[in-house]
Design a protein around this ligand. Sequence first.
Ligand code: NAD
Length: 258
Amino acid sequence: MFERQDFLPGSVAVVTGAGSGIGAAVAAGLVSRGVAVALLDRDAAALAASVAACGGGRTLALTVDVADPDAVRTAFAAAADRLGPVRHAVAAAGILRPAPLTEIDPADFCASWQVNVGGVLHLLQESARTLPPGGSVVVVTSNAAVVPRTSMATYAATKAAAAALTRVAGLELAAVGVRCNMVAPGTTATPMLQALWTDPDAARAQALAGEPEKHRLGIPLGRIADPEDIADTVLYLLSQQARHITMQQLVVDGGASL
Ligand SMILES: NC(=O)c1ccc[n+]([C@@H]2O[C@H](COP(=O)([O-])OP(=O)(O)OC[C@H]3O[C@@H](n4cnc5c(N)ncnc54)[C@H](O)[C@@H]3O)[C@@H](O)[C@H]2O)c1
C-alpha cells in the first residue's frame, strides 16, 4: 500500500469567512497540516484573532468583502504573491437573516444573495482562473439547501443556488483536474447560530429534540456540531484523500435532514 499525502508540501489555500466559526476552524486545520493560508473576512478584528489561533503557521490576513468581485480577485493575487501559487479554496463566508415568507426584508434578501451566492461565484471564478491541476475547492452550503426549513426561504434559496454554481464549476473544471465539492452543515455552534439564541440552554435542547410544529426532526446523533466537525469534512474533501470526488455535497448534520 502506498502512502498518499493529504496536502502537498508548500500548498497554499484561500479561506473566506475565516474570521469566525467554521472558516476559522478550516484555516486552523489547514495550518496544522502545513498548508499556508490566506484568511479572508470583512471583519479585520476577527481575522486577527483567527490568525493568532493558527499558532504561528504561514498565514496572510486580508480584509475583504466577498460580495465584491474585484476585492476577491485582488485577494487571490495577494495570496499568490505573498504565500505562493494557490492550490485550494474554501468558501465559508455567509450570512443568515431568517424571516417568515411574508416578512422577508428586501434588503436582507439582496444582501444574502450578494454574500451567499455572489461571494461563492467570485471564489469559484478566481479558482477557475488560478488553481492548477490537482487543486480543489470546497463550498460550505447548508442542510437547508437540501430540506425545507420554516423562516429559511432566503437562506435556503441562496445555499441551493451556491450548490448549483459549485456543481457546474466542478463539471467545467474537471477538464483541468480541479475538484469542486460542498459541505452542508446542520446546526453548528458558531457565532452565526448563537446570535439567534436568546436562551442558549433552551435553544440547544430544542435543536436536539426537534420542533414538530415547525416540521424539524431534531438531531438523531444527539449533539450539536462543533465548527471542527464541519472543518474536518472540508479538509477531507479538499485533500488528496478525496482525489476522485467532485461535484458532491456531503451533509454533516448528525442526521437532522433525514
Ligand atoms: N452555524 C451553523 O449552524 C451553520 C449551518 C449551516 C451552514 N452554515 C454555513 O457555514 C458557513 C460559516 O458560518 P459560521 O456558522 O461559521 O458563521 P460565522 O458567522 O461564525 O462566520 C461567518 C464569517 O463570514 C464572515 N462574512 C460574512 N459576510 C462576509 C462578507 N460579505 N465578506 C467576507 N466575510 C464575510 C463573517 O464576518 C464571519 O467571520 C456559512 O456559509 C454558513 O451559512 C452554518
